[in-house]
Design a protein around this ligand. Structure first.
Ligand code: PMP
Length: 381
């Protein structure tokens, strides 16, 4: 009898199920009666008529797909327009659009660090930055979360090229990195600062220009930022922002740029329309921050252990993975969708509900959401 090459998969699935850690997909209908505090559509632009119309118009004008990699046929004038608009809005010299934020992070870390260099990476960084460090073959020092002094000590012991790699806003707890201090440390040691601003664009900085802008680092010669087009901009895709020489280096060396099909025209056009809206309506960024603060205030007032949000993500601790799963399920049964984070997505082992603020939530929806979350909570102070 030949061996079943996938028997081990069933064993692992059984272990996951026994531990209550099995996951599955739950396709949502186009129109849902549920109130959503789980999506990353922070500014409520994914279904904005101007944005969806721009997506449709771009598909009609340029085709459903980009038709090739960016260096062959996949660079349209629309991509160039989006790159110019992103660089201008966020205050960087140059920008490069890739097919996702994940691909942008892999591109930056692998193209700017490598054999013989040091990558200093925050312990709470997003998986895409961690994978970038692994792929780059740089020596990677994982430093305690938000700890610039340890970053400084780590850089001090190193000669040769180095980069400090960090999220601007951490995706699980929603807290911000000490970007100002990290930039000082990088400058003192001649290291590059690579910032993933996935959760900062559209939320932080003047009119949502992002965390580097808020920290006075936009356009700095030693700072490179990545963004996703899939959260505040309500589209899909990613981008790198930085000095023109860095962007040119990525065009010539970054494998997730070179060997990947260009971003679909619809996603490109939608992101451009969202940027235009954000320029015209800067209050959207202020509103999402106000909603996040209101969520946090109401959760803590109800005795729940919520992390003070620096952007749109509000994290609430649960006593155990099982309790988190039950809590999220009870919220859903009451008409509210929330995120649920548990091991292994949270390496510290602390399970949480993750709520995301949105600029388009009404005060009534906010009140209803808080009623459900606090009313179903497993612990009260
Ligand atoms: N960085 C962070 C911090 C993220 O939260 C995400 C999305 N979950 C990404 C990068 C990846 O972006 P994308 O979804 O565009 O690949």
């Amino acid at each position: 009898m030949p061996q079943d090459p996938f028997a081990w998969i069933d064993e692992r699935a059984a272990v996951r199920r026994a531990a209550g850690l099995a996951r599955g997909l739950r396709p949502r209908p186009a129109e849902s009666p549920l109130l959503d505090l789980a999506s990353n559509d922070y500014l409520g632009l994914a279904r904005h008529p101007e944005v969806t119309e721009a997506a449709a118009a771009a598909a009609r004008a340029w085709g459903a797909g980009a038709t090739g990699s960016r260096l062959v046929t996949g660079s349209t004038e629309l991509h160039a327009e989006l790159e110019a608009a992103l660089a201008d809005f966020c205050g960087f010299e140059s920008a490069l659009v890739l097919s996702s934020g994940y691909a942008a992070n892999l591109a930056v870390v692998t193209a700017l660090t490598g054999h013989g260099t040091l990558a200093v990476s925050d312990a709470a960084n997003h998986a895409s930055l961690i994978d970038g460090c692994r792929l780059s073959r740089a020596r990677t020092a994982v430093v305690p979360h938000a700890d610039p002094d340890t970053v400084a000590k780590t850089l001090a012991g190193h000669t040769g090229g180095a980069a400090v790699v960090t999220d601007s806003v951490f995706s699980v707890d929603g807290d911000a990195a000490p970007l100002g201090r990290l930039a000082e440390v990088c400058r003192a040691h001649g290291a590059a600062l690579l910032v993933d601003d996935a959760h900062g664009l559209g939320v932080l900085g003047p009119g949502g220009r992002g965390a580097p802008s808020a920290a006075g680092l936009a356009g700095a010669p030693d700072t490179v930022a990545t963004v996703t087009l899939s959260k505040s901009l309500g589209s899909q895709g990613g981008a790198v922002l930085g000095p023109a020489r860095v962007i040119d280096h990525l065009v010539n060396t970054a494998r997730t740029f070179i060997f990947d099909t260009g971003l679909a025209p619809a996603a490109t056009g939608a992101a451009l329309a969202s940027l235009r809206l954000l320029r015209r309506e800067p209050r959207r960024a202020a509103r999402v921050r106000a909603v996040a603060t209101a969520l946090h205030e109401r959760l803590t007032a109800a005795g729940l252990d919520a992390v003070r949000p620096d952007a749109a993500v509000v994290s609430v601790r649960a006593p155990s993975p099982d309790a988190a799963v039950r809590w999220a399920a009870e919220c859903r049964a009451a008409g509210l969708v929330v995120g649920c984070f548990r091991p292994p997505s949270v390496p510290d082992g602390v399970s949480r509900l993750r709520l995301t603020a949105r600029a388009d939530l009404t005060d009534g929806q906010l009140a209803r959401a808080m009623e459900v979350v606090t009313g179903t909570a497993p612990v009260r102070g």
